[in-house]
Design a binder for this molecule. Structure first.
Ligand code: NAD
Ligand code: LMR
Length: 339
């Protein structure tokens, strides 16, 4: 049972009594974009996390209402809403972890890269503020296109002289969540027992599930592997199309974002053997950023693992993603270094 699920269950079991997790150290978490489709449910999930003692909810508008609402939940975290750029510094001060779901989502027919024009500037501005007000915080980047927004954040922090590659994470957890769900459904497995590594980046062919390493291991035909791989790669588009113009994944993303944030906090707190997948600065491939399995520790990324033994289908998948991932990274670096 993962800890987020456990925490939720404990909160429910407390049935009206305040949830206490006194053993965990105080941790301040900030959500930037907290009034949005992801931001609101993510704020709710962070409010019931036993690892959060202070929750700052920031957006350009609408956060007082979200904070008042979420703040009534009888769990440990103290909640405060901050609206408007003039309050961003105050929201960030003292943060241990900053989660960024700020920015526009896709509509049908758009690629994640189509969001670059608007979201690149948003991410650059928010990362600059993080560098100025809480340079030691871990950053969980959700805003798309993740393949470019993470390099933008890295370059922005470098310019301020505060970049620590161990503390910057592109959140790719939703790809892992989807691959697990689709694999379990296809093979009639108990999804709670399933793990599927997903590597690369977070857009189309750059999302590569490694079903040869999935556990429990079951036989898949080449057609099944291809179908599961494509469904994982197109999972975001499946939701965008189903929402028909009303945005992209928010609820499953909030769940995935909370799982990842929770893992980061457990690592910070010194818990042993906290493993996730994340898009980080990496030398696993020739690209400067890549998502693979990581170990989380008290300073962020403690270890980055390689890709393991790949079959020919997966080797071709890695080869196929390199040009797109490389150009998305370059685009982000170039943008961050323009005036
Ligand atoms: P949304 O439009 O519902 O919410 C975005 C929020 O960001 C809004 O409340 C908006 O006011 C806020 N915002 C805009 N500019 C801001 C700024 N400068 N500072 C603070 N807040 C600002 O969108 P959403 O559905 O929540 O999606 C948010 C982002 O997350 C999108 O870019 C989307 O593509 C991305 N996303 C990523 C993943 C992933 O797996 N990494 C999954 C789903 C969505
Ligand atoms: C997702 O994977 O659901 C997100 O990246 C949102 C999107 O645009 O698909």
């Amino acid at each position: 049972m993962n800890s987020l699920f456990r925490a939720g269950k404990q909160v429910l079991q407390a049935s009206g009594r305040a949830f206490s997790a006194a053993a965990n150290p105080d941790r301040k978490v900030v959500v930037l974009g907290a009034a949005g489709g992801i931001g609101q449910p993510l704020s709710l999930l962070m409010k019931i996390s036993p690892y959060v003692s202070e929750l700052a909810l920031y957006d350009i508008a609408g956060t007082p209402g979200v904070a008042a609402d979420v703040g009534h939940i009888n769990s440990k975290a103290k909640v405060k809403g901050y609206a408007g750029e003039e309050n961003l510094g105050e929201a960030l001060k003292g943060a241990d972890l900053v989660i960024i779901p700020a920015g526009v989502p896709r509509k049908p027919g758009m690629t994640r890269d189509d969001l670059f024009k608007i979201n690149a500037g948003i991410v650059k501005g928010l990362t600059k503020a993080i560098g100025e007000h809480c340079p030691g915080a871990l950053i969980n980047m959700i805003s798309n296109p993740v393949n470019s927004t993470v390099p933008i954040a890295a370059e922005t922090l470098k310019k301020l002289g505060v970049y620590n590659p161990s503390k910057l994470f592109g959140v790719t957890t939703l790809d892992v969540v989807r691959a697990r769900t689709f694999y379990a459904e296809k093979k009639n497995l108990n999804v709670a027992d399933v793990d599927v590594p997903v590597v690369g980046g977070h857009a189309g062919v750059t999302i590569l599930p490694l079903f040869s390493q999935a556990t429990p291991s079951v036989d898949l035909t080449p057609e099944e592997v291809d179908q599961l791989t494509k469904r994982t790669q197109d999972g975001g588009t499946e939701v965008v199309q189903a929402k028909a113009g009303k945005g992209s994944a928010t609820l499953s993303m909030a769940y995935a974002g909370a799982l990842f944030a929770d893992a980061c906090l457990r690592g910070l707190n010194g818990e042993a053997n906290v493993f996730e997948y994340s898009y980080v600065e990496s030398d696993v491939t020739e690209l400067p950023f890549f998502s693979s399995k990581i170990k989380l520790g008290s300073e962020g990324v403690e270890e980055i693992y390689g890709l393991g033994e790949l079959n020919d289908y997966e080797k071709a998948g890695v080869k196929a993603m390199i040009p797109e991932l490389s150009s998305s990274i370059e685009k982000g670096i170039k943008f961050a270094n323009e005036a």
